[in-house]
Ligand binder design. Structure first.
Ligand SMILES: [Zn+2]
Length: 359
């Protein structure tokens, strides 16, 4: 049964990951957050388990919960792979070391939000913060529409969003909202004004584990875009045709590109995978995001507005808070057997393909 690998809360996911790593004979490396706490007051941590020798030339990195609540999916895949004797044996015989990084954004995972303890979207946070930040005029236009004063939002506000979509289309709205912005710390898809704790911690992990790597393969698990249960492979890296060609050779021609406009995702700046260029500069990066569909995109965006409203209204009644949190979790994690089966089948396949990478 696939469902047993998936959890209902961050602490449960973390326990399952620790138990699966132990069952596979792997040590757990824990990086505890120095200040943020979980929804039940628990400690938060980014946890790693490594299969394969230190200094291996080929390193496969598997990351979950870059977007907090999306971690229910990625954690389930990681736990399933750690219990998959065939996968572990194949990794050992292939010589590819596998680094499982669990809970990149543990705060969002525990609180059922997409952003971190500072409302930062980690997959927009890996920009050069010393350089002028990317502008996003399209976001500036929709920001006042998105941030509701009351919940549910007033009818006029929703009508204005409806007009925007009627005039320019749903993808234009999605791209304006989700492309990433650096000007509104209380807004949606905020990339931050400095490297977050998760950013710094992940860099430290990559430096330590990637020291001898010549080739770095990376799969970052996401949810929230695309058809229910369908995993879209999206090239993760910079706009580089050689990189895209390598990723396509590895994962197949289904692989999409945010730079070519073929993906369900808008074009983004500051991707997590960009850390590889700084921290493992000697290695050739071949990376992808595996993005699983959940609910229709407008429902997902509505859930993110609810998450954002909750963050700005800390004194919302307990009942309302619980209902909105649940709405966010449901938008990024379909707690259903058929969805989990499909997620694991595709997650496994993409990880297996990475082990078959030609040297
Ligand atoms: Zn995501």
């Amino acid at each position: 049964m696939s469902a047993r690998h998936f959890a209902q809360s961050y602490p449960e996911a973390r326990e399952k990951f620790a138990a699966a790593a132990a069952a596979a004979g792997l040590a757990l490396e824990r990086h505890v957050h120095p200040r943020a706490r979980g929804a039940e007051g628990e400690q938060l941590s980014l946890d790693c388990a490594r299969l394969g020798r230190a200094g291996a030339a080929d390193l496969l990195v598997l990351t979950s919960a870059t977007h907090g609540v999306e971690g229910f999916c990625g954690s389930g895949i990681q736990v399933a792979l750690l219990h998959d004797a065939g996968f572990l044996a194949r990794a050992r015989s292939s010589g590819v070391a596998v680094l499982f990084v669990h809970g990149v954004n543990p705060y969002g995972f525990s609180h059922w939000g997409r952003t971190n303890e500072d409302n930062i979207d980690l997959n927009r946070n890996f920009v050069d913060h010393g350089a002028p930040r990317p502008a996003n005029d399209a976001y500036a236009e929709v920001h006042p529409l998105l941030l509701a004063e009351e919940w549910p939002p007033a009818a006029e506000r929703e009508a204005a969003i409806g007009r925007y979509i009627a005039e320019r289309g749903e993808f234009a709205f999605q791209a304006a909202v989700s492309g990433g912005q650096y000007a509104y710390p209380d807004g949606l898809f905020f990339g931050g004004h400095a490297p977050s704790w998760s950013n710094q911690t992940l860099r430290q992990v990559l430096r330590a584990h990637g020291a001898g790597a010549r080739r770095l393969l990376w799969i970052d698990f996401h949810t929230g875009l695309g058809p229910y249960g369908h995993g879209e492979l999206i090239h993760a890296g910079r706009d580089d045709d050689a990189e895209l060609a390598r990723a396509t050779a590895l994962w197949g021609s289904e692989l999409k590109s945010i730079y070519k406009g073929t993906s369900v995702s808008a074009r983004l700046e500051g991707l997590l995978a960009f850390a590889a260029y700084d921290e493992v500069p000697q290695a050739e990066l071949t990376g992808c995001a595996l993005e699983f569909g959940t609910l229709p995109v407008m429902q997902v965006l509505q859930a993110l507005r609810a998450e954002n409203w909750l963050r700005r209204h800390a004194h919302a009644a307990a009942g309302e808070r619980a209902a909105l949190r649940r709405q966010v979790r449901d938008a990024f994690y379909c707690d259903a057997g058929d969805w989990k089966e499909r997620v694991l089948a595709q997650g496994r396949q993409v990880a297996w393909q990475a082990l078959a990478a030609p040297a």
